[in-house]
Design a protein around this ligand. Sequence first.
Ligand SMILES: NC(=O)c1ccc[n+]([C@@H]2O[C@H](COP(=O)([O-])OP(=O)(O)OC[C@H]3O[C@@H](n4cnc5c(N)ncnc54)[C@H](OP(=O)(O)O)[C@@H]3O)[C@@H](O)[C@H]2O)c1
Length: 324
Amino acid sequence: MRVFVAGASGVIGRSLVPRLVAAGHEVVGMTRSRSKQDLLRGLGARPVVADALDPDAVAEAVAAAAPEVIVHELTSLSGPMSMKAARHPERFEGAIVTGRLRTEATDHLLAAGRAVGARRFVAQSFGAFRLTAAGGPVQTEDEPLDPGPGGPRQPGLDAILHLERAVTSIDWGEGLALRYGGFYGPGTAVSLDPEAPLTGPVRKRQLPIIGKGAGITSYVHVDDAAAATVIAVERGGPGVYNIVDDEPAAQREWLPVLAEALGAKPPRHVPRWLARVLAGEMATAMMTDAKGSSNSKARLELGWEPRYPSWRQGFAEGLGERDG
Ligand SMILES: NC(=O)c1ccc[n+]([C@@H]2O[C@H](COP(=O)([O-])OP(=O)(O)OC[C@H]3O[C@@H](n4cnc5c(N)ncnc54)[C@H](OP(=O)(O)O)[C@@H]3O)[C@@H](O)[C@H]2O)c1
């Protein structure tokens, strides 16, 4: 099939494009930068330069490619999140732009897909953790995302809900929203790169266990996420899928294992009240109250089997290598 990948040069795109090509698909990859065209050619894609926030440019790029499938992997979350940004995620530039990519850019790509007669649309959503009071510690796609937390979390959640509703309700084809777990592996926030946004502070013992460290994260190796995305390009009914590993885990479990994998000293502990003052409500809640996601649906309906079913093995073996 001809597949149009928006976000082809990104962390997930760089793993996804070669897999699509290896599976026999023709890939057109979108970037804003002329300078990244060679990177895309190297991955096996035909590059097209367009800004996802410009509806005319998107319509033109998609029309020229005439794809059967569109994949939306656009985010703008790179770079370390300062304490100030953690305290006010609603003011963090990367989160604001990502919100626009999840709303405006989604709508531009969907309109372009409809116009060109595409029949499938696969988009990145977010499932690394859930901050909802309802339900058990590990949740399925059927359990509602907290629709009304208010406060600084609301804009980000609204953007995710917009993307998921818009994508899964198209009437011209099948729309799948993939709620990826927290990425780890090459190029991600959890990698061997000394400056990586999460593992950098873990190496320096700057990320403590907060309170009882009971907040749950669902992780996924970036190459496993890419492999699941290839399947979603090829098959699977419309809807939302959690693309996470088999072992959602509390912060007190995963953080010491990650520190050990990095050769760092074990994490310190800080009380919840202090974390709230220093890092704010949302970052604290992530580490103390968050809930995880179940991958049963993706395993059953997509037939996806992660190479790293647990972050335990993945942190030990997969932080720095691509599996090809
Ligand atoms: N589930 C997760 O854990 C998760 C999810 C997302 C991100 N992250 C973390 O965030 C970091 C990645 O940073 P990132 O969010 O900047 O993503 P990225 O993976 O580095 O790249 C974002 C992609 O979106 C494209 N893009 C962004 N804005 C665009 C626009 N206006 N028009 C066209 N293309 C646009 C970029 O293309 P060009 O730059 O080539 O134009 C690039 O291909 C990593 O550390 C990763 O671990 C984690």
